[in-house]
Design a protein around this ligand. Structure first.
Ligand code: G4P
Length: 529
């Protein structure tokens, strides 16, 4: 018999992450969402993280901030009768592979765009990652209190650069100093902007109906007329909202506002809890897991190290995919084939880490980890299966590691092996020489690795530049072709930390030419754990 409580809890959950370019307003909008979710004390902790953001990318400093970063790694708050889980996607100096992998653990994403800057590089990249699982995207065009670009132009750019249709849900009335509010195209309600309400839940001053004479009274004859014409034009020239197309990742509903002014955020959130999907089915190597399935399952998408300086603990972040987690339950750690009793999983509901009594699909729990849990690990109730789709991503930054004391080679190799299993970095060993090359997607990853090698493995390593621009994992069914490729391309081949053959390309052009020359070989930008 289906479990009604489970089905209800699943229906309540909305698990998402924000994708944006640095400075578009992710932190600010997070604060406002927490404010609406009445998690005000956390809003403060997000802020203090931001205050230190421009500090140097110094790992020691990061360590001092660790307490903050863990509580903001996952934020759970109620909104509109739903339970929202917001997973943080590190974006500034702390941008790393975790950012990408977090996107594999959500059911939808909110794209925040700076209205003056339009679509920026990091957003393009994160969108590519969302596309790996056709993640539905909702859009917020931010900074309407500034003179931004024409809203229609911003939407055109989103459509063109990100290859997704835009359906405006709200429409801005003016911008910059003349920003008056937004008109909801589907509810036929004008929401009026009042300045200076950024740090509290703003009053909702509204006018019902675009044809309401109050519109003239508030906006004046000319502006009211202009707005009506503009709305008609926009309705004719843009896509209509189509829920199914949104869920397929083909169309994004677009909301306008100012995160700093805390305006337009409420309308966006109302749309979000209404349209964003609840916990979705997930693929494994044996079956598709439905969230309503009573058998507990989950996977680890992130490991955070050394969060408490007094204990050398690491927290593994597990996304619950089906069933219910209960305190003291036994689960199967599939990779090592052992049942483990989890008595002290963490939840992220309050400002502090607290112990969780129960968790449902879509929720994230933190497991204490003493080195036995790796990224991508699956936990089940006695079932032999593994979740797929939590990959390694091809690094974009590379450095050669050199030891200060050559006798420490063993310790270095052990350290790098463990750190790469945790997802802190990726390691590549060229087949033609004895180099050790580290790969990352964010520069801080290198600092973290150097620091942890020193603290945890007593190894002093220094980095050198290396002529590698990107990496691709190599697959080929034709054994003879593969052997030929290995011989001829050996100068650019390496084995990664998991033992997989990788092509490490000195330039993009080189990669492209090699791909053209070897059509039988697959050059994959991701690899499963
Ligand atoms: P991020 O997390 O995406 O990197 O962006 P964050 O929220 O930190 O915002 C980046 C900057 O943009 C901040 O200014 C923030 O105040 C500003 N900002 C965010 N939303 C809006 C908005 O709606 N309108 C305007 N005008 N500005 C906005 P900062 O000067 O870097 O920081 P701060 O001194 O304001 O804290």
């Amino acid at each position: 018999m289906p479990d009604a409580t489970l089905a209800r809890e699943v229906g309540l959950r909305r698990t998402f992450a924000i994708i944006s370019h640095p400075d578009a307003g992710k932190t600010t909008i997070t604060e406002k969402m927490l404010l609406f979710g009445n998690a005000i004390q956390m809003a403060g902790s997000v802020k203090s993280k931001r205050a230190d953001r421009h500090a140097t990318s110094d790992w020691m400093k990061m360590e001092q901030e660790r307490g903050i970063s863990v509580t903001t790694s996952v934020m759970q708050f109620p909104y509109g009768g739903r339970i929202v889980n917001l997973l943080d996607t590190p974006g500034h100096e702390d941008f790393s592979e975790d950012t990408y992998r977090t996107l594999t653990a959500v059911d939808s994403a909110l794209m925040v765009i700076d209205g003056a800057k339009g679509v920026e590089a990091r957003t393009v990249k994160l969108m590519e990652v969302c596309r790996l699982r056709t993640t539905p995207i909702l859009t917020f065009v931010n900074k309407m209190d500034r003179d931004i670009r024409e809203p229609i132009e911003v939407m055109d750019e989103v459509e063109e650069v990100l290859n997704i249709q835009c359906a405006p849900m709200t429409w801005p009335i003016g911008m910059g100093r003349h920003f008056k509010g937004v008109y909801h195209l589907y509810n036929d309600v004008l929401h009026l902007y009042t300045q200076g309400q950024g740090s509290r839940i703003p009053d909702d001053r509204r006018i019902e109906g675009l044809d309401n004479p109050e519109v003239e009274a508030v906006l004046g004859e000319d502006l009211a007329e202009e707005l009506r014409m503009e709305v008609e034009l926009v309705r004719g020239a843009s896509h209509e909202f189509d829920h199914a197309a949104y869920l397929r990742g083909e169309l994004t509903p677009v909301y306008f506002g100012t995160a700093m002014g805390n305006f337009g955020v409420r309308e966006m959130m109302d749309g979000f809890v209404e349209y964003a999907p609840p916990p979705q089915p997930r693929e494994t190597d044996t079956r598709v897991v439905e969230a309503e399935d009573e058998r507990f399952t989950g996977f680890v998408f992130k490991i955070q190290a050394n969060m408490d300086p007094n204990h050398r603990d690491r927290i593994a972040f597990l996304r619950v995919c089906s069933g219910k987690y209960e305190k003291n339950m036994k689960m199967r750690h599939v990779r090592i084939g052992k049942d483990v009793k989890i008595a002290d999983a963490l939840t992220f509901m309050a400002a502090d880490r607290t112990q969780v009594e129960e968790a449902w699909p879509g929720d994230i729990i933190g497991l204490h980890n003493h080195g036995t849990i790796q990224i991508g690990d699956t936990f089940t109730l006695n079932e032999e299966m593994r979740f797929t789709g939590i990959p390694h991503f091809a690094p974009e930054l590379f450095k050669r590691v050199r030891l200060k004391d050559p006798l420490k080679m063993k310790a270095l190799q052990k350290g790098l092996q463990q750190l790469s299993e945790e997802g802190a970095t990726q390691v590549f060993m060229p087949v033609d020489n004895n180099d050790l090359i580290l790969g990352a997607v964010g520069t801080l990853q290198f600092d973290v690795v150097a620091h942890r090698l020193k603290e945890e493995y007593k190894v002093e390593a220094v980095y050198e530049g290396v002529n590698v621009n990107t990496a691709r994992w190599i697959y080929c069914e034709d054994v003879k072709k593969l052997e030929e490729f290995k011989r001829k391309a050996s100068a650019n081949l390496a084995i990664d930390g998991g033992g997989y053959l990788t092509y490490i390309a000195p330039t993009r052009v080189n990669l492209q030419m090699t791909q053209e020359r070897w059509p039988e070989i697959r050059f994959q930008p991701t690899r499963e754990h």
